[in-house]
Design a protein around this ligand. Structure first.
Ligand code: AMP
Ligand code: GLY
Length: 460
C-alpha cells in the first residue's frame, strides 16, 4: 500500500490551528502517506496535531475523532471497535498506517484482525496484538510476566471464586492499605484501595462471587501497597529496539490536593522533577530492558507504545502496571516535548527500523490542565456550547470530549479539553494553561487549579 501512495507525491500546504489556541503551523512539503488514527480523546488530538506536521503525511483520518481533531484531518464516524468498518475505511482511503489510541480495540485484537486479512496485513498497525495487549488486558498476566522476568513490582497473589478463603488468608498476611485489582479491563474502575481488612474481604467476595466488575473480576489480584510517588514512563518499541519517551506525572483525583474520586486524569506535567537521569537509567536497566527481552522470549512481537506506571520508592522504581497504549492526559504533555517527526518514528515501528530513526526531545517543561464537565467523574451533562476558544493564546488546546453541533463546538464527554503549555519552568507553563482554561467557557466547567503545584519547588 505504501508504494501506491508514493506515486501520489504532491506539494501541499496547510495552516494548522490546534484548537484555535493561537499557535499556527505552516508547512510545505512532500506528503506520501495516508494515516488513520483510532480514538476520540485528547490523546488522539495530540497525536493528530503532531502527525499533521509530518512531511511524510498525505492525508490524515481520525475515527471517530472530535471537534479538535477535525482541525488536523478528516473525522470519520466509525467506532474504534467496529473492525469491519475500519477495514472498509482502510481500503477506501488507501490507508498506509493505523495508529491505535485506546486499549479496547487492541485487547479485542484489531492488530490480529489486520494480520489475518490478505490485503490489510500489509498495513502497519501501531499497537500490540492481543498477546502483547494482555500486559494491560490482564493484571494476572502482567504480574506473572513481571515476576518471570524479574521486573520489580509489589508482592501479589491471584484468586478466583474457587479459592476465596485463601484470598482472605492472604489479605490477613498483608498490612493495610489493601490493594484489590480486577484482572480484566474495568473502565479504569477495577482497582480498590481499602484501609479496613473486613471491607477488603467483603469487596473481594463481591468482586469474585457477585461479579462486581462483571467478567473482569472473575480473577482478582491482591497486592502489597507500594509507598512512594507515582510517575509514568513511556516506551515506543518495534519489538527489537526502543525509544524512551519523556516521563510524565498525572493528577488522578478530581479535587485539589489530590482529594475525591479517581478520574481518567485531571492534568499532567513532563518532565518529572523526581525522575532524574539516574532514576530513568534504573528504569531502563531494571524495567524496560527486561520487559522488551521478556516479550521477545515469550514470542510476543510487540510494536507500539508501552506505558509503564511506576512508583518511585525512595529512588527505586517498582512497576504498578503496564498499559499497551499511551496515557491520557500524559500524551498531551509527552507529544509536544518530542521534537522529531512522530510519523517517521511510527513508520520505524511498523518496519522494525526504529533504531535508525531520529529522536530528539525539547528541554522545556510541558503542563496540561484538563477541563471537565461539572459532575464528572459522576453524572454530567453533554451538549453545552463552548465559547472563548479563539481567545486563547500560547497554549495548545487539545479537545478530549467535544463535537460539532451545527458548526458550534459543544461538550461531549466528562473530560472536555486538555490545555497544554510549554515553558522554562512548571510554574511558567502551568500559569499559561490556567490563564487559557479561564478563557474557555461552558456551563458547569471545572478544572483543578493546583496542577504541578506540588512539583514547583521539588527537591530530590
Ligand atoms: P492501576 O489500574 O493498576 O494503575 O491502579 C490504579 C491506581 O491505583 C494506580 O495509579 C495507583 O495510584 C494505585 N495503585 C495501584 N496499585 C498500587 C499499589 N500496589 N500500591 C499503591 N498504589 C497502587
Ligand atoms: N492517565 C492514565 C491513563 O491514561 O491510564
Amino acid at each position: 500500500m505504501l508504494s501506491s501512495t508514493n506515486e501520489n507525491i504532491k506539494n501541499s500546504s496547510i495552516t494548522y490551528d490546534p484548537g484555535k489556541a493561537g499557535i499556527f503551523y505552516f508547512c510545505i512539503s512532500n506528503y506520501i502517506m495516508n494515516v488513520l488514527i483510532l480514538g476520540s480523546g485528547g490523546r488522539e488530538h495530540a497525536f493528530a496535531w503532531k502527525i499533521a506536521q509530518s512531511k511524510q503525511l498525505q492525508n490524515l483520518y481520525i475515527a471517530p475523532g472530535n471537534a479538535g481533531t477535525a482541525n488536523c484531518g478528516t473525522n470519520v464516524n466509525i467506532a474504534v471497535t467496529d473492525f469491519e468498518g475500519i477495514k472498509n475505511l482502510v481500503w477506501e482511503k488507501d490507508i498506509d498506517l493505523v495508529l491505535v489510541g485506546p486499549e479496547d480495540p487492541l485487547v479485542k485484537g484489531i492488530h490480529d484482525y489486520f494480520l489475518q486479512d490478505d490485503v490489510l496485513k500489509e498495513v502497519p498497525v501501531i499497537g500490540p496484538k492481543k498477546d502483547g495487549a494482555q500486559l494491560e488486558g490482564s493484571k494476572d498476566f502482567s504480574k506473572q510476566f513481571m515476576q518471570k522476568y524479574n521486573v520489580p513490582t509489589a508482592k501479589y497473589e491471584t484468586f478466583t471464586k474457587n479459592n476465596l478463603e485463601k484470598g482472605y488468608t492472604f489479605l490477613e498476611s498483608l498490612k493495610p492499605p489493601f490493594v484489590l485489582k480486577a484482572d480484566g479491563l474495568a473502565a479504569g474502575k477495577g482497582v480498590l484501595i481499602l484501609n479496613d481488612l473486613n471491607e477488603a474481604k467483603n469487596e473481594l467476595k463481591s468482586m469474585l462471587m457477585d461479579a462486581k466488575f462483571g467478567a473482569a473480576s472473575a480473577k482478582v489480584v491482591i497486592e502489597e501497597f507500594l509507598h512512594g510517588i507515582e510517575l509514568s514512563v513511556f516506551v515506543l518499541t518495534d519489538g527489537k529496539s526502543y525509544k524512551i519517551l519523556p516521563a510524565a506525572k498525572d493528577y488522578k483525583r478530581i479535587g485539589e490536593g489530590d482529594t475525591g474520586l479517581n478520574t481518567g486524569g485531571m492534568g499532567a506535567v513532563s518532565p518529572v522533577p523526581f525522575a532524574d537521569d539516574a532514576f530513568i537509567k534504573k528504569v531502563e536497566e531494571r524495567v524496560i530492558k527486561p520487559t522488551i527481552n521478556g516479550l521477545n522470549k515469550e514470542g510476543i512481537d510487540y510494536r507500539g507504545f508501552i506505558f509503564i506506571g511506576l512508583m518511585n520508592c525512595d529512588g527505586d522504581p517498582s512497576v504498578i502496571e503496564y498499559n499497551c497504549r499511551m496515557g491520557d492526559p500524559e500524551t498531551e504533555v509527552v507529544i509536544p516535548r518530542i521534537e522529531s517527526d512522530l510519523l517517521d518514528l511510527l513508520i520505524g515501528v511498523g518496519s522494525q527500523t526504529l533504531h535508525e530513526k531520529k529522536y530528539d526531545t525539547v528541554k522545556e517543561t510541558a503542563t496540561t490542565v484538563v477541563m471537565v464537565s461539572g459532575g464528572y467523574p459522576g453524572d454530567f451533562e453533554k451538549g453545552k456550547e463552548v465559547t472563548g476558544l479563539t481567545d486563547t493564546k500560547d497554549s495548545l488546546v487539545f479537545h478530549s470530549g467535544t463535537k460539532f453541533d451545527n458548526e458550534k463546538v459543544v461538550t461531549n464527554g466528562g473530560r472536555v479539553f486538555a490545555v497544554t503549555s510549554l515553558g522554562n519552568s512548571i510554574e511558567e507553563a502551568v500559569n499559561k494553561s490556567f490563564a487559557n482554561a479561564g478563557k474557555i467557557n461552558y456551563d458547569k466547567k471545572y478544572f483543578r487549579k493546583d496542577i504541578g503545584k506540588d512539583l514547583i519547588n521539588w527537591k530530590s
